[in-house]
Ligand binder design. Structure first.
Ligand SMILES: [Zn+2]
Length: 377
């Protein structure tokens, strides 16, 4: 019997990808995300995987766990995927999927329905080769794009007993894989003052906007590129009209950090912001959402295995440290993780989001071969 080379069928991957992208699934639309989860569940069951649905809560869609049983006991290998996208329904027009040359364009195509299609191919490929390997677990979540509020605990619980975690977020520039991510904090800063008519009784007013404006300058001044720390006040709103001293104002703040110690320090500094103005209160809500994820010896050896699997496929797999947070950030401190194992393409989170169809075959084979290799160790 020939040794299987674990090369999934790219036509099948493309068919799954088109079907999944057509099922538009913005995070906020629980019913649509759950419909996309259900489409994945059907395909997994057809391929012989055991599936478990985790009902959605707090307005988010269902999550889905699956097991591809192996012939050996031991720690599972976990494949991590999400089905939600950032695009409102209809953002790409009435027909969301378009093919132009060797590009498939559509909402969530590269981030990360392409990766989900690779995961489905992996299940079929390994099911067809019942070699003794440790169990392969797959987790498909519904709320990654908003920071995984209802899936984080599940991700951590699945990753804790796992030997390795493979994440199929998009490949980076030049086919790169992700071996580090900056940490992310999110905050809402609110000022509450006292309203008055600006013409009739200006002295009685206490402007929430003025106090918030001072706080914004303080926040922006915390940015420190030498420590790779960035703070961004991304939105501001407040006030009700030009002739009213504003009672309310609020700003949304994004914090990016590299070093776990910096995360604590900057989190504390943001929380310590206070109003210096009599009659106006300032409150801060939020915190560190995803901790920084840094390379470890476990991640280094996983990267070496991925390069071994990628070399015969013509994939060099440069390693990339990225500024974006992701679900891999939750697990990197406890289990070796490699991210960016999804498809190649570009324009994630934009209306031009696309997948390079020529990447389906090699990236599919990479994921299947790496998973097989790791699960046999
Ligand atoms: Zn993603």
């Amino acid at each position: 019997m020939p040794i299987p080379d674990h090369s999934p069928d790219p036509a099948r991957i493309q068919a799954d990808l088109e079907a999944l992208v057509a099922l538009e699934s913005p995070t906020e639309d629980a019913a649509r995300v759950t419909a996309a989860i259900a489409a994945v569940e059907t395909r997994l069951a057809e391929a012989g995987a055991e599936t478990t649905r985790i009902p959605g809560r707090d307005g988010f869609g269902d999550h889905l766990a699956a097991t591809l049983a192996g012939g050996r006991e031991g720690a599972p290998v976990l494949i991590l995927c999400h089905l939600d996208t950032v695009h409102p329904v209809g953002a790409f027009g009435p027909a969301p999927v378009r093919i132009e040359g060797r590009r498939l364009i559509g909402p969530g195509s590269v981030d990360m329905k392409g990766g989900v299609a690779l995961a489905l191919a992996l299940v079929r490929t390994l099911a067809a080769d019942p070699a003794p390997r440790r169990p392969v677990r797959l987790l498909f979540t519904s709320d990654e794009e908003v920071g995984s509020p209802t899936s984080r605990a599940l991700i951590e619980a699945e990753a804790a007993p796992a030997s390795h975690v493979l994440v199929v977020e998009p490949a980076r520039e030049g086919g790169g894989v992700v071996t580090g991510r900056r940490g992310v904090g999110r905050y809402v800063v609110r000022a509450h003052g006292r309203p008055s008519h600006s013409g009739l009784d200006h002295p009685a007013g206490r402007s929430a906007i003025r106090t918030l404006a001072r706080a914004i300058l303080e926040i922006e001044a915390m940015t420190d590129y030498t420590r790779n720390v960035a703070l961004n006040v991304g939105t501001v709103r407040g006030g009700t009209g030009a002739n009213v001293v504003p009672e309310h104002a609020e700003a949304l703040v994004d914090l990016r950090i590299d070093d776990p110690a910096d995360a604590e320090e900057f989190d504390a500094r943001i929380r310590a912001l206070a109003s210096g103005d009599e009659g106006v209160t300032l409150t801060v809500e939020g915190g560190i959402n995803r901790p920084p994820y840094r390379r470890s010896p476990g991640i280094d050896s996983l990267l070496a295995l991925a390069r071994e699997a990628g070399a015969p496929l013509g994939l060099a797999l440069p390693d990339v440290h990225t500024g974006g947070g992701g679900d891999s950030s939750f697990v990197a401190a406890m289990t070796p993780v490699l991210d960016g194992l999804g498809v190649a393409g570009g324009g994630a989170h934009t209306l031009g989001e696309w997948v390079d169809l020529d990447s389906l075959a090699p990236r599919g084979a990479l994921l299947a071969r790496l998973t097989d290799r790791v699960a046999r160790m």
